[in-house]
Structures are given as structure tokens and as C-alpha cells.
Design a protein around this ligand. Structure first.
Ligand SMILES: Nc1ncnc2c1ncn2[C@@H]1O[C@H](COP(=O)(O)OP(=O)(O)OP(=O)(O)O)[C@@H](O)[C@H]1O
Ligand SMILES: [Mg+2]
Length: 295
């Protein structure tokens, strides 16, 4: 005979004793060892000769509840991120309809904001679709030998206008060596695109340099900037979905915090590794290590 000290459990035992039906309770506790959620079912039984008793079945549903919370947070985040540009767009349209249509300068200013918010929405939707595809395991299609300088050149060309608009140097580092990696071309394109986009977005002045170099059995693709840097406590978290270092700095720049989570998924999907070095106020270096094609 054990004394039960958990009040919810005592309650459950008493309830089960009073009825023929199965009763249920959820017990949650959190301690320094972590969180624990148990689902307990209690049912009365009687066996000939053995008298009567209660059977208790305990299910550990900690992981299930954690996943449910992640899903809820995800939906709330998506809702919020969709709502912000939509509110802006409808605000500008309303102002235009209310009379701001009359002056050409106003008209252009409002239309430009509507366009910027529309782009933000469309960027968000493509990131969400990307994430969904990645998570269903469909994004890494074909692993094949791929030249790193080809991939880097292509990415640099695409971001040239963005770098020029901020007067940043964007280039292939002089010490870069052309190597071949075993990777999916589209995934590498998406990875470099996100890393270079961030490097330009979070750098006020200076340069963004991209290089590939040998690193043991891997080839390292490196994107180095002289930008804002990332505080130490956030360096792990920047790879989480919707995480942004500073809401204000990101929303001003139109970021939703999905880019690096997409990068991480793709790198892991190609059996690569991801590293980050950063110094606040001095810059950041993101490294993607991919398996070498020729060993
Ligand atoms: N090169 C960088 N320098 C400084 N901070 C960075 C850099 N790259 C990422 N960060 C920080 O990490 C956060 C997460 O980056 P991530 O690319 O996932 O999201 P985002 O750029 O805000 O939005 P998105 O890429 O979805 O448009 C950013 O909000 C930013 O605060
Ligand atoms: Mg980004």
C-alpha cells in the first residue's frame, strides 16, 4: 500500500473507484530535469478471488504536447507575418480611396509601399512553400558533382544590384579555390542565395566575400560580411523558424526569419554541416560544409 501524494492522482483514483467507466487525467510537472506530461487512465476491475482494485495506465505524452505547441506557435507566427503586410496594404489603399489619389507624388509614394508589402507577402509565401517541400523530404532531388565557383558566380551575379545599391563590395574572395562537391544544384543555389541576401541586408558598409576552400573531407562554402554581427546568445537560435535577432531591425528590413531555417534543412539534407562565427558590430561568417566530390 503506497500513499499517493499527487492531488490530481488522488482525485482520479477516487473518481475511478466511484464509477464503472474509465477515467482520465493529465499530470504535468516541470523540474530541473525538464518537463514531463503524463496521461493517466484509471479503471476499476474485479477478479474472482482477488477482490477489486484499480488499474492505472500511464502514457508519457511530453513529446506529443511539445509538438502540438510548436504547431500552434507556427500557425500564430504565420498568421502574424501575413497580417502585417496585409494591414499595411489595406491601409494604403484606403488612404488612396479617401482622396490621396489627387496628387501624383502621394500616389507614387503609396503605390511604392503597396508594392513593397506585396513583395514581402510573396516572399513569405514562397518561403513557406519551400519549408513545406523541404520538410516532406522532396527538396533534395539529385545529388551530383557540382563546381563551387560556378554556383558562387551565379549567386554573386544575382545579388550584384542589391550590393551596388548599398555601395558594398560583393566578390569572390581571392583565395577561393574551385572544387567539386556532391550536392543538389538547386539546394546549393537556395543556400547561397539566402546567405548572401542576409550578408547584404545586415551589412551597412564594407564587403561581402564568398569563397570555397578545402576542409578535410568537406568543401567549405563561406559567406563573410562586415556587418552588424550576431550576439552570442542568439547564434544557435538564428537557425530556428521565425527567429530574428531583433524584431525591429528585421521587420524594418522585411525579414521574417525563415531564410536560415531553410538553409539548415537543406544542408542537413545533403549530409553537410553548418557553422557560424560572428562578432557583434564587426561581422559574421557563415560556413556550409558539403561532401567533396573527388577524394
Ligand atoms: N549575416 C548576418 N549578419 C547579421 N545578422 C544576421 C545575418 N544573417 C542572419 N542574421 C540574423 O538572423 C536572423 C535570421 O535570419 P533569417 O535569414 O532566417 O531571417 P531574415 O533574414 O530575418 O528573414 P528571411 O530570410 O526569411 O527573409 C535575422 O533576422 C538576423 O537578425
Ligand atoms: Mg534571411
Amino acid at each position: 500500500w503506497e500513499v499517493v501524494r499527487i492531488p490530481e492522482l488522488v482525485e482520479l483514483l477516487e473518481e475511478a473507484r466511484a464509477t464503472a467507466a474509465t477515467c482520465e487525467r493529465e499530470l504535468a510537472s516541470s523540474s530541473s530535469r525538464g518537463e514531463l506530461v503524463l496521461q493517466v487512465h484509471a479503471s476499476r476491475f474485479s477478479a474472482a478471488g482477488a477482490g477489486a482494485g484499480l488499474v492505472l495506465v500511464f502514457h508519457d505524452i511530453t513529446e506529443l504536447r511539445r509538438l502540438e505547441r510548436i504547431r500552434r506557435d507556427f500557425v500564430a507566427n504565420v498568421g502574424h507575418e501575413l497580417k502585417t503586410p496585409l494591414t499595411a496594404i489595406s491601409g494604403y489603399v484606403e488612404t488612396l480611396l479617401d482622396g490621396a489619389l489627387d496628387t501624383r507624388a502621394d500616389l507614387e509614394r503609396f503605390l511604392a509601399r503597396i508594392q513593397a508589402n506585396t513583395q514581402r507577402l510573396s516572399h513569405l509565401v514562397s518561403d513557406l512553400l519551400s519549408l513545406a517541400r523541404i520538410e516532406s523530404g522532396k527538396s533534395i532531388q539529385r545529388i551530383e558533382p557540382l563546381g563551387t565557383h560556378d554556383a558562387i558566380d551565379q549567386a554573386l551575379r544575382q545579388h550584384e544590384p542589391g550590393a551596388r545599391a548599398k555601395a558594398l563590395t560583393l566578390e569572390l574572395a581571392r583565395d577561393s579555390v574551385d572544387r567539386r562537391v556532391l550536392a543538389d544544384a538547386e539546394a546549393v543555389r537556395q543556400i547561397l542565395d539566402n546567405l548572401i541576401d542576409n550578408a547584404i541586408k545586415y551589412t551597412q558598409r564594407g564587403s561581402v566575400r564568398v569563397r570555397s576552400r578545402d576542409s578535410g573531407e568537406f568543401v567549405c562554402l563561406e559567406v563573410e560580411d562586415t556587418g552588424l554581427g550576431i550576439p552570442e546568445q542568439d547564434r544557435e537560435r538564428v537557425f530556428e523558424r521565425f527567429f530574428t535577432v531583433d524584431r525591429a531591425r528585421s521587420s524594418e528590413l522585411g525579414g521574417t526569419g525563415l531564410g536560415l531555417s531553410i538553409v539548415r534543412h537543406l544542408v542537413v539534407g545533403m549530409r553537410g554541416r553548418l557553422e557560424l562565427d560572428s562578432e557583434l558590430g564587426r561581422g559574421s561568417t557563415f560556413r556550409v560544409l558539403l561532401p567533396r566530390a573527388d577524394r
